[in-house]
Design a protein around this ligand. Sequence first.
Ligand SMILES: *[C@@H]1O[C@H](CO)[C@@H](O)[C@H](O)[C@H]1NC(C)=O
Ligand SMILES: *[C@@H]1O[C@H](CO)[C@@H](O)[C@H](O)[C@H]1NC(C)=O
Ligand SMILES: *[C@@H]1O[C@H](CO)[C@@H](O)[C@H](O)[C@H]1NC(C)=O
Ligand SMILES: *[C@@H]1O[C@H](CO)[C@@H](O)[C@H](O)[C@H]1NC(C)=O
Length: 181
Amino acid sequence: MNILHLWMFTQALVSSNALSNGCTNIIINATLKSKVFLPCHFNTSLYNNTVTWSHCKEALLRIVSNNRINFDNTREGRLNVFPLVFNEGNFSVLLDDLQAQDAGVYVCEMSTECWRIIIREVPQSTNHFLNPWFYFAAGAGLFTLLFTAVCLLSKCCEENASESSAVGGVLRDGLNPIQGT
Ligand SMILES: *[C@@H]1O[C@H](CO)[C@@H](O)[C@H](O)[C@H]1NC(C)=O
Ligand SMILES: *[C@@H]1O[C@H](CO)[C@@H](O)[C@H](O)[C@H]1NC(C)=O
Ligand SMILES: *[C@@H]1O[C@H](CO)[C@@H](O)[C@H](O)[C@H]1NC(C)=O
Ligand SMILES: *[C@@H]1O[C@H](CO)[C@@H](O)[C@H](O)[C@H]1NC(C)=O
C-alpha cells in the first residue's frame, strides 16, 4: 500500500508560477488517496509571526513563533507537519489519503506573504504506462499465456480433453435423442 501511495505521490504533477497578488501560486494535480505535499516557505528573518494554513478559508492550523502548533482541523489525522524544519522557514505540510473534499485552494500565510496552492483532483491512471499495476496485469496475462502454451505443448491439458469427452459421454447416456428412442 505504501509503494502504491508513493507512486501516486510522484504521479501528482506540480506546476508553479510565482507572484500574482503577492502569493506564490502552485497548482497540483492529484489523484484520490494519494499523498499531496503542499509547499510553503518564508524568509526566516521574518519568522516572527504566526504562520497559518487554511483550506477554502477554513483554518487548518497555526504555527506560532515558538514553534507551537495549534491545529484547528487535522483532517482526521491526515494532515502532517514538519516541525524540525520550521526554523528553516519551511512550513510545508503533507496531506495523506486525498479525499474528494480536499480539493480546492490552500493558503499558507505569514504576515503579508503567502503561498496559494490549488489541489485539483484528477482521475486515476490516466496513463496506464505509469501505473505499476499495468505491468503487473500485463505480466500476469503473459504468464497465463505462456502457461497455456507450455500446457498445450506438454499435453498437461489432457484432463480438459477427457472432461470434454465426459460431456460427450453424458450426451450419449442421457440427452442424445437417438439413445432416448
Ligand atoms: C493539470 O490538469 C489540467 C487539466 O485537468 C492540465 O491542463 C494541466 O496541465 C495539469 N497540470 C499539470 C502540472 O500536470
Ligand atoms: C529576508 O528578509 C530580510 C529582511 O527583510 C532581507 O534582508 C533578506 O534579503 C531576505 N532574504 C531572502 C532570501 O529573501
Ligand atoms: C520579533 O518579535 C520581537 C518581540 O516579539 C521583536 O522585538 C522583533 O523586532 C521582531 N522581529 C521582527 C523581524 O519582526
Ligand atoms: C521542507 O520540508 C520538507 C519536509 O522535511 C521537505 O520534504 C522539503 O524538501 C523541504 N523544502 C525545502 C525547500 O527545503
